[in-house]
Ligand binder design. Sequence first.
Ligand code: HEC
Ligand code: HEC
Length: 378
Amino acid sequence: MVSNKKIIIAAVLLAALLSAIFAYYKHNQPAPTQLADITFPFVFGRFQIPQDNPLTLESIKLGRRLFYDPRLSSNNKVSCATCHKQHLAFTDGLSRSVGVSGKPLKFNAMSLSNLLWGPQHFFWNGRSPSLEDQALQPIQHMDEMGQDLNELIDELEQDETYQVLFKQAYGSINSIAIANALANFQRTLISSNSKYDQYLRGEVLLTPLEELGRKLFTAHPDTKASLRGGNCIDCHSQFLTSGFSTFYDGFSNNGLNSDDDLPAGLFSVTGKEEHRGLFKTPTLRNIAVTGPYMHDGRFETLAEVLQHYNGGIKRSKTLSPLIAEADNSPKAQQDHISLNLTPDEEKAIIAFLHTLTDESFLTNKQFSNPFNEDNEHE
Ligand code: HEC
Ligand code: HEC
């Protein structure tokens, strides 16, 4: 017979052993990560962060370094920032971007801001469903960065700084961690302090020309009510001036091509004929610094863009009815689609578009190249 006393002693010893094992494992887990302290402008609406990739300070720090690191490319010369430069609101100033192959890509580099909101379908044709998914694509694309992921992981494993940063953020170096970190850094690229934002918060007034432009931008013309409008808000919606976030509502055909040369656009993703020629409605934030414009960079200036909307629209079977209908002239529209805005009204809309420039976003140190900081400290 085992006495009660012995059972109690055994139980106490067992409990002590278990708590020692527990303490040991707790000690050896990666340091607890800290959630980033970011103010999300509530007027931008709801957003979702994937549950398996919390927005921690460690992941953002790692993502920022990766974003600016040319070692992510096969020739160690092209980083994400080669085509996404902060002072150009993360575009590159080219009609069509050029990566490791030197061959111009099919598309114009997209501005990166407020990516938490707006359509969670990335790229001009919406083929990527998340920032995590998107991040690995340019790295592996032959013409963009042309990098083999396993080689990249080997390279990063040689680097002591990355060993520490990856350990703190995700435990180890792997392609999911690379994608997650890049996605999280990009989620912090929030632009909410343009003159227009300040105006909306009641902090500044617009000039009369900007104010006229704002009215035109936000109105759908109605000749019966003598309401003049540029129709822009119909697609470049709300504070974000991008498309709606639900389904593919943020995609439109804005009349760049006729049926003869209608590019695939969203059709290449959904296979639906009615999606042929539809592209993502991009945000117009910082638009004054992100030229050339449109998915193929065909317009150099905002004046050319306005000329397009005000008389250059090409008819095709998927042209947005919002564009086909919009007319400030009471005469019934025949073949030629035009908003019939006056030259002064075009200028006013351009003046309004300039109020969307957010200098603090273009110069925010937290979004800048961290390797420059390293050099400053040396
Ligand atoms: C060689 C130039 C180039 C490089 C390098 C590059 N990009 Fe891009 N980026 C583009 C172009 C061009 C597009 C539009 C491509 C398309 O629609 O097919 C784009 C689109 C994007 C988008 C989609 C934005 C939206 O609103 O849908 C994101 C996000 C992005 N890039 C992030 C990155 C990241 C992260 C890296 C580095 C891992 C990177 N890019 C590297 C040129 C580049
Ligand atoms: C029917 C929807 C729709 C309307 C109305 C509309 N746009 Fe657009 N806009 C788009 C789409 C879609 C694109 C991208 C098209 C592409 O590149 O294929 C775009 C692109 C642009 C671009 C280029 C953005 C870039 O990053 O290259 C500018 C600037 C622009 N629009 C301004 C305006 C202005 C100003 C108005 C009002 C006069 C307007 N838009 C009305 C849907 C619309």
